[in-house]
Each structure stands twice: as C-alpha cells, then as structure tokens.
Design a protein around this ligand. Sequence first.
Ligand code: 9J3
Length: 290
Amino acid sequence: MISTRRFPMRRLAIGLVFVFAAVLGACDWRGPTPTEQLLTASTGPFAVSTLAVPTSAGFGGGTIYYPSTTPGPFAVVSLSPGFTESQSAIAGWGPRLASHGFVTIIINTSNPFIDPSQRSTEQRQALTYVVTQGQTSGSPIFGKVDGQRRGVGGHSMGGGASLISAQADPTIRAVMPMAPWNSSASFPGITSPTLILACQNDGIAPVGSHASPMYNSIPASTKKEYISVAGGDHSCANAPTGGGSAVGKFGVAFLKRFLDNDGRYDPWTCGASKPVAGGSLSEVRSTCPF
Ligand code: 9J3
C-alpha cells in the first residue's frame, strides 16, 4: 500500500515544480527600477563582456556583447549594419543593450554590399547562432540566452532587413530599425512590436519614402512607434547617444517592455515622455496605449 501512496505524492511534487517554474519563468524583468537617469547614462547597470564571432559562423561573424556577472537568461537581440558598413558603424549599441540585460550580437554581413533581404537572412542566422551558443556548455554565454525572446534591429539596409525579418518570422518579439532603407516600404505583415528610429533630414533614406511609409504600412493593430530625431542625418540613430540620447533611451525602454515584458518601462513607451516641441525629436507617432 505504500507504493500506491507514493505515486500521488510524486505527481503532486512534479506539479509543484511546474507551478514554481511557471511563476519564476513569468518574470523576465532584469535590473533596477528605471529612471530617466538610468536610461540616458552611457551605460546600464550590468557589467559587459564581449565574445568575438568568427566568419565561420555562417554570416560574416561579428561580436556578442553580454552581461557577464548577472544571472540570466536574457533576451537576445541581433543587429545588422547598413550598406558598405561593418559592425563598427553601430557598435555603440552593443555595450548599451548588454548593460541593460540583453545578449546582443552585432554582425558583419558576408559582404558589405548585400541587399536587405540577404541581410535579414544573415541576421536571423546570427540569432540562431547566439541561441545555440547559449545551449553549448563551455560557451561564455552558456545558460545566458532565452531563445524564446528574440529581437532584431539594424541601420539603413540593416533596418530594412529587420522589418523583413519581422514579417518573415512573427515569433520575433521586438523590432528596432534605425533610419531604415528598403526598396519596398510596405510591411503589412508585421505583427511584432516595432520602434522605428527615424532621422528627420536623412538624405540617404529619406523619411518620406522609407521610415514614414514603412511605419504607416504596419497594421494599426500592431504595437508600433515612430520617433524622428530633429535635424538628424542618416546616422542619427547609429549610436544610443543620438538625438540627445533620445534614441538610446527610447530604444532600451522599448526592448525592455517587449523582450522582458517589463511594464516598469511604460512611462518611456506610452507615457508622456516624448515632448516634441523644443526637444530633440521632430515627430512621434504610436499606436499607444499598448
Ligand atoms: O544601408 C544603407 O545605408 C542604404 C543606403 C543606400 O544608399 O542604398 C542605396 C542602394
């Protein structure tokens, strides 16, 4: 009779493990309560290390920036540079995002002239590479990557690539194009939350034919935002310090909100935190409240 008792107890124990795992897993928040100061500081709260990715990875290699001493797992973000650019063009985003709790890969493309569609393919290969590294014992990022929480972004053709990635893979949870460029500005299939960082005076990817119609083409049912840096040129969002630090502040907040499900960042996504008149932004659009 002991054995018939043991099985219900075991089922109860297993059930409790699942309940605890679900409760713990439900909270992906990382880091202290956000403040304006935390979001505009040159670095976030976590120490960062880097890991060089060889070209043999399949795309053009690049660099993984990751929180080194804080327990994960963390969401993963894959960023692509633009036409003719290498990872260095947007390298400032690596330490900024990682120090706020994102394992971030900034890629080199297999060659600097590939189109946004190919950039999207390589950016998604890089996401898979990072997730796999996170599952590989011996990797410096072993156990640090939550492959369910993946985001993409990039500059110019890399921004176009991130929109293509989101349209192709709706399991991508957040999209952050910077001065995006693509031959088509139509993305009616995007359902993932998207923050477009636009540059008002962009002469290479003019907002009137790229960022603006791209934003408008995303369904109104999608959580989306558009911020435009007043007077900004094509590289206004290449670093988080762009737009008087507005792009870093709102970029980090958007990724925290949608990759970490962190509602503490609501004041910087849908709050009254984006003054246009007299500020560094020329325009704000959104489908708030989210
Ligand atoms: O990635 C970019 O900077 C796109 C700019 C561009 O001029 O594309 C034209 C082919």
